[in-house]
Design a protein around this ligand. Structure first.
Ligand code: NAI
Length: 252
């Protein structure tokens, strides 16, 4: 409890899945949280279910204008910004041959360019509220490729190295802002149902679990605990680093 006391946090794509769980658990740890999502109705619903003082914002992470407005909104309500969790993401399955240009562009824009835009917009404000942290939700797909994950692999690998570049820039500027990336493997959210072909959601999860050395897929809480650690001052000497949450998948 209270590992994030007084921290002001903005989470993208937080109406559901991993982002929503991060919001709930960060509030439990004492943070003031702004839930943002392209789906503003779902964001408002999630915020009201989590607590009275949770802020809901509409933010399409591909728009620099919307980023600026969202960050101003957080500052107006909470008085600053300490933690940015770049979580919003999509998967458009497809190989280098089968994926069309639109699928490539959407994936790169939502999964990778968003991290550039958000960090660019947030850093000057975060520097004023330091110490702070940017936590980027990449994926184990940044390190382990799939034949039908051309855009997703490229975008998440981009997030991995962009996180290090942001970390070094912030360090050089003396901002007191750290930046790290998180690399989950299969996590039990709606994203799995969108990409895994199976007769039922249960069968999809069993299929994925067989690929993981510890024999199960991850939970949204598994990711949220890592995000809380990276967002808190407990990880004060950690920047430009990556945390793999993959049940041993990448150790094979
Ligand atoms: P999800 O599909 O449950 O939630 C994604 C959220 O992002 C949704 O609320 C959606 O409305 C929002 N979103 C989509 N486009 C947006 C945009 N342009 N602007 C703002 N919000 C937008 O997905 P999940 O599983 O919670 O994934 C969260 C992050 O974790 C993603 O970056 C994903 O790539 C990553 N991840 C997920 C894994 C999994 O197995 N579920 C594994 C590894 C990484």
């Amino acid at each position: 409890m209270n590992r994030l006391d007084g921290k002001i946090c903005l989470i993208t794509g937080a109406a559901r899945g991993i982002g929503r769980c991060c919001a709930e658990m960060m509030v439990s740890e004492g943070a003031k949280v702004a839930i943002s999502d392209i789906d503003d109705i779902a964001a408002r619903k999630a915020a009201s279910e989590i607590g009275n003082d949770v802020l809901a914002l509409q933010l399409d992470v591909t728009s620099l204008e919307q980023w600026k407005a969202a960050i101003l909104g957080v500052c107006a309500d909470f008085g600053g910004l300490n933690v940015l969790v770049n979580n919003a993401g999509i998967i458009v399955p497809g190989s280098v041959e089968s994926l069309d240009e639109d699928g490539w562009d959407r994936t790169i824009d939502i999964d990778l360019k968003s991290v550039f835009l958000g960090s660019k917009a947030a850093l000057p404000i975060m520097a004023h509220s330091a110490p702070g942290a940017i936590v980027n939700i990449s994926s184990i797909s940044a390190m382990v490729a799939g034949h039908n994950m051309a855009a997703y692999n490229a975008a998440k690998a981009g997030v991995h190295l962009l996180s290090k570049s942001i970390a070094l820039h912030a360090a050089r500027k003396g901002y007191g802002i750290r930046c790290n990336s998180v690399h989950p493997a299969f996590i039990d959210t709606g994203m799995i149902d969108e990409v895994v072909r199976a007769d039922s959601p249960r069968q999809a999860r069993q299929k994925l679990a067989k690929q993981v050395p510890i024999g199960k897929i991850g939970t949204v809480e598994d990711v949220a605990w890592a995000v809380i650690y990276l967002a808190s001052d407990e990880s004060g000497f950690m920047t430009g680093a990556e945390l793999k949450l993959d049940g041993g998948l990448s150790a094979m």
